[in-house]
Write a protein that binds this ligand. Structure first.
Ligand code: ATP
Ligand code: MG
Length: 458
């Protein structure tokens, strides 16, 4: 079917490291440690493996998906003038002494010492590190502002209860942007621009989200918003007022009534925090001396904002929201592969019928020519298995389109069976109609109106 010589040109499932295990055999993971649907599905389908509590190996399918999310975030960050940097994983503890956070968040920090007995922490976030970078060049010119630096790196927190798989890890992937401005008014302009950028990112991911007034917590500062996916497993409680469209984390509003209009019939729901924006002002720039040279030639303290997106949490939370108990569903944008082709079982009459045709190869090549499917097609070439068995597995892994070369392949004209997991449609189509079917249409998965109704204005 897929000959050995041409095989290297195809993504083939048989070559993917995807250890499928219904009950993970990893000694570190007991059944009781599986605390969420996404965690169980990701373990079962070989997307992740647990290394130790809160630390996971990301396997090829998981990496492909996270790379797509990373690409999306990079593209949107660039649009707002974000410049990508990589700050060290080790942050000098002294910087955190200066900001005061070494004490306030001490129990969550992974602390290490070098051979000279100097203290470092494994960066849980980088406000101090980036302020010290800018301070080392201070005063910077006002012409460089606003300065928007971001990174996408692993962060480390000694969570008291690591759980829910990638949703609350001790090591996780975060996008953190730090924005420096001349004054608070400009910092607020940046704040709004970056919030709009987040709106666009979450719209593209395609899962309904809510944006709520957030608590500044240990971060400090003047203003903060959180982005949430609503889900029962979420550890935050969100208050929403249907009367005046006020949305807030209950940590901010406290009571059971709307602080804006006094309505007492507010709704409280559970949310997973997937992003957080902070307007920090001088909280870090002042103690760390991050300044710029203002028009009148005086060094002036920079105004700062900090903007986090939990990329590995977004991925897991998306699966949490979309999947059923035993089948993964990806936001199509983040699916590791968008299409899987299932050739007939070896020795079947369908396979014999196709013996001298190159249908699989040509179908693969044509699918790859569809803009959104480039590098997104895979063949399940394990033709020792029945097509039915491979179909069930494909559904469990959640490829958005499953194309089976089933019984109707022998008809004239021959038809392919396509299953669309987003709509649950199953159709028998000739190749040209199928190509049309899987080509993108102008749709936006997020209900824009629902979002506008569920977002607290800045
Ligand atoms: P939480 O309240 O859930 O502990 P946080 O408010 O402490 O999160 P931030 O400091 O705002 O988190 O970090 C920015 C983003 O990083 C969060 O919005 C979240 O998406 C992600 N994040 C934070 N902690 C974790 C974690 N332990 N595992 C995975 N992602 C995390
Ligand atoms: Mg937060």
């Amino acid at each position: 079917m897929v000959s050995k010589t041409s095989a290297r040109f195809f993504h083939r499932l048989s070559t993917i490291f995807q250890p499928i295990s219904v009950v993970p055999k990893n000694a570190e993971v007991k059944k009781v440690d599986i605390t969420s649907r996404s965690q169980r599905l990701m373990l079962e389908r070989g997307i992740i493996r647990q290394a130790s509590p809160g630390c996971f190996h990301l396997l090829p399918l998981g990496v492909r998906s996270l790379e797509k999310l990373t690409d999306l975030v990079d593209t949107e960050m660039r649009k707002i003038g974000g410049q990508k940097v990589v700050l060290p994983t080790l942050t000098n503890s002294k910087l955190w002494e200066v900001s005061g956070r070494l004490e306030t968040v001490s129990s969550e920090l992974f602390k290490v010492r070098d051979r000279h007995n100097h203290g470092y922490i494994l960066s849980p976030t980088c406000e101090e590190a980036v302020s010290s970078l800018v301070a080392s060049l201070a005063p910077i010119s006002h012409k460089q502002l606003p300065l928007r630096l971001y990174q996408i790196t692993s962060k480390f927190r000694d969570e008291i209860k690591p759980r829910f798989g990638l949703m609350r890890g001790r090591q996780f992937l975060m996008k953190d942007m730090y924005c420096f401005d001349v004054d608070l008014a400009s910092a607020l302009v940046s704040y709004k621009e970056i919030c709009h950028c987040y709106d666009r990112i979450f719209e593209k991911i395609g899962i309904n989200f809510v944006k709520v007034l957030g608590s500044s917590g240990h971060m400090g500062g003047n203003l903060s918003h959180e982005y949430h996916y609503k889900a029962d497993v979420g550890e935050d409680k969100i208050l929403s007022c249907p009367k005046c469209n006020y949305f807030a984390n209950v940590e901010v509003s406290g009571e059971q009534e709307c602080p804006k209009c006094g309505n007492t019939s507010v709704e409280i729901s559970s949310g997973i925090e997937v992003g957080h924006t902070f307007l920090l002002g001088e909280k870090y720039t002042k103690p760390l001396n991050a300044t710029y040279l203002s028009g009148d030639g005086k060094p002036t303290v920079l105004q700062m904002g900090s903007y986090g997106l939990g990329l590995s949490r977004i991925l897991a939370a998306a699966l949490e929201v979309l999947s059923s108990d035993d089948e993964i569903r990806w936001p199509p944008f983040l699916a590791p592969y968008k299409v899987i082709i299932l050739p007939p079982k070896g020795g079947s009459k369908e396979e014999i019928h196709l013996k001298n045709s190159n249908l699989v190869q040509s179908l693969y090549a044509r699918l790859e020519q569809v803009d959104t499917l480039k590098n997104n097609v895979i063949i399940d070439d394990r033709i020792n298995l029945t097509i039915g068995r491979r179909f069930l597995e494909a559904k469990k892994t959640g490829y958005p389109y499953i194309i089976a070369l089933g019984k109707k392949i022998t008809e004239s004209p021959s038809k392919l069976e396509v299953t669309n997991l987003q709509t649950d449609e199953q159709l028998h189509l000739e190749e040209s109609a199928l190509l049309d079917y899987v080509s993108p249409k102008e749709t936006c998965a997020v209900d824009r109106l629902a979002f506008l109704r569920s977002s607290t204005p800045i």
